[in-house]
Design a protein around this ligand. Structure first.
Ligand SMILES: [Ca+2]
Length: 384
């Protein structure tokens, strides 16, 4: 029996065990949908039909790649089709430190990240620049382009910055509900490390920045909650790239990223209602192309081929970090307009409103911001 089967066997599946906060949170989400404040995408989440499909039978007619079939079974298909809903939570064993590795990238050492000693992070602390944590999502890994490209761009633009690459590859490659459960314990370790930098090394709180994609966004939230629990202080800024939606959408604020997790919680929505969180969740929320379907992605989805299943399915979701990389690299790119809806943005009803660029690491603006993009790089386009 492999370790995954052991988890399945021993974990307790909590089916719809609503506490008071769970109910009020769910009602709030539903109310927001009814109010139209979250757009049509969110309604799909609430209305999702939980249809179990015999994916293995269908898939085996089309592909012979057993690893791909394995990946589909591990949950990509389930998440995409709403089979994992807001009421299927699992409770497992928290992640232990030996399942995590923290890597350091500096301007002098971009190609060969070094391992950070969690208990004695001397190397990491030796800077007066920003300390930027990058935290990947589900089914993503430390060798991802999200990590390599952003490390290069940050260290080239801000040579005194230190980049932390969090390797939580092992828990992140589990069946989605288990990986989602693990975000809390992974986040706690990040929060403890941040506190250690400040308490033992005199690192300035203002220099800490967390950037997480998908489940990594919720890890950032849990890191911040832990830091606050220890110190009573808030982290200055979290950048959440299409924070994961499935399971988190019905959780109370204490169990997911929310706007109170940092002074600025800057969110980018690219696959709202499927892999991404369907509603406003930060202090400032960006909605490229209205936040749900990205140009260059959705056409492929119409003619889906199981042989390339994981790629087109996660295309919208991955656009978040692709846009962000370009936004950081090209200062002033992705100008976005504050507006109450995409419709009003498109109709020009917000043309006099505030503009913020999506790669602005210092903005303290609040509210919802809208923009359009190209279907391929360079993605950024000027405002109309
Ligand atoms: Ca989508």
């Amino acid at each position: 029996m492999d370790i995954h089967s052991v988890f399945i066997a021993v974990f307790i599946l909590l089916r719809c065990n609503p506490g008071e906060s769970f109910i009020s949170n769910s009602l709030r989400v539903i109310q927001e949908v009814a109010d139209g404040t979250v757009g049509a995408v969110a309604k799909r989440v609430v209305d999702q039909v939980r249809k179990v499909v015999d994916v293995s039978a269908t898939a085996s007619q089309n592909v012979n790649d057993s690893s791909l079939l394995g990946k589909i079974r591990e949950g990509v298909y389930d998440v995409k089709n709403g089979i994992i809903s807001g009421v299927d939570e699992v409770v497992g064993t928290p992640v232990t430190l030996d399942q995590l590795t923290f890597y350091l990238v500096t301007a002098e050492n971009v190609e060969n990240p070094t391992i950070i000693d969690f208990f004695k992070p001397d190397d990491l602390a030796q800077t007066n620049g920003r300390i930027i944590f990058l935290i990947h999502g589900w089914m993503s890994y430390t060798n991802s382009v999200f990590y390599t490209d952003l490390s290069k761009i940050f260290t080239s633009k801000y040579p005194d910055s230190h980049i932390v690459l969090l390797d939580w590859d092992q828990p992140a490659s589990d069946y989605y509900p288990f990986s989602a459960f693990d975000t809390e314990s992974v986040g706690e370790y990040v929060g403890i490390l941040i506190n250690r930098l400040l308490a033992n090394y005199g690192v300035s709180l203002a220099n800490i920045l967390l950037i997480g994609h998908s489940l990594g966004a919720h890890i950032s939230g849990f890191a911040s909650k832990t830091f606050t629990k220890i110190t009573g202080k808030k982290l200055p800024r979290i950048i959440a790239l299409d924070p994961a939606g499935p399971l988190f959408v019905f959780r109370p604020n204490s169990k997911r990223l929310n706007k109170d997790d940092a002074d600025v919680v800057m969110v980018m929505h690219t696959d709202a209602g499927v892999f991404g969180y369907p509603t406003v969740i930060g202090t400032i929320d960006f909605f490229p192309n209205n936040g749900a379907n990205q140009p260059g992605c959705w056409k492929k989805l119409k003619a889906i081929n199981l042989a390339t299943y994981s790629q087109p399915v996660t295309c919208d979701h991955s656009r978040a970090w692709k846009y962000f990389i370009e936004a950081v690299e090209i200062t002033g790119s992705f100008p976005s307009r504050k507006c109450d809806s995409y419709e009003n943005f498109e109709n020009g009803n917000c043309d006099r409103n505030e503009i913020v660029t999506m790669g602005d690491l210092d903005t303290v603006a609040t509210g919802s911001f809208f923009l359009k993009t190209n279907s391929k790089p360079p993605f950024s386009i000027p405002l109309p």
